[in-house]
Write a protein that binds this ligand. Structure first.
Ligand code: 3PG
Length: 210
């Protein structure tokens, strides 16, 4: 099942999490879950990201765990081996998409143009990350895309905050948004888990259009 439409319904916000020190991975995941957010997109942007992924997969099983910033087929394989339950990429290439579609798990590829959306529709995908949402056109752009391709559900990500999230979440073609604001690097470094839990509580309480 490659389509990730059901993944987008797990939470109003998918936290985009970057962790340098794997020892912080489990406490971050628990802090988010304590706040009611039980899904993570853990980016593969650090050398130790796969170690963090593995630790969360093993020790926080109630989290729906995705790997983000998947750029190559090899990274996709490594993320799955480490325990990723879904894969997110900022954009797609034929090689990456073709490989991800051979894996038996949901994939959430990134798009920013109608042509890219049409290419994913041709592959049977109807759930997509819209990235980078703010710079690419914001809520007005996402709403306008809904006219020609209303069957597509988006997770806009990039430049979104607690304040701007409702502008996206009220759109009929948006099920959730993504953002790194729930897990600020400083809070992770300082072990400020309570702060992350509070940010998660605020995010979990956001309303999504029916
Ligand atoms: C991503 O990869 O989805 C983005 O880096 C998240 O964007 P943000 O940091 O602006 O929330």
């Amino acid at each position: 099942m490659a389509d990730a439409t059901h993944i987008l319904k797990a939470s109003p916000v998918i936290p985009v999490v970057t962790i340098d020190d794997p020892r912080r991975a489990v406490p971050v995941a628990r802090a988010l879950a304590d706040g009611g957010v039980r899904i993570i997109e853990l980016t593969l942007r650090t050398d130790s990201a796969l170690d963090s992924l593995k630790l969360i997969a093993e020790e926080v099983p109630d989290i729906l765990l995705g790997a983000g910033t998947v750029l190559t087929p090899g990274q996709a394989d490594a993320a799955v081996a480490a325990g990723a339950q879904f894969l997110v990429s900022p954009g797609v290439t034929p090689a990456l998409l073709g490989h991800m579609l051979t894996l038996d798990l949901p994939v959430l590829p990134g798009v920013a143009t109608v042509g890219e959306i049409m290419a994913l529709l041709e592959q049977g995908l109807q759930a997509m990350k819209f990235f980078p949402a703010g710079p690419a056109g914001g809520p007005d752009y996402v709403a306008a895309i809904g006219a020609p391709v209303p069957q597509v559900t988006f997770c806009p990500t990039g430049g979104i905050s607690l304040a701007s999230a409702p502008e996206y979440l009220k759109l009929a073609n948006v099920s959730c948004v993504g953002g790194s604001w729930l897990t600020p690097r400083g809070a992770i470094e300082n072990g400020n888990w309570q702060f992350i839990t509070e940010l998660a509580q605020q995010a979990a309480a956001l309303a999504v259009a029916p």
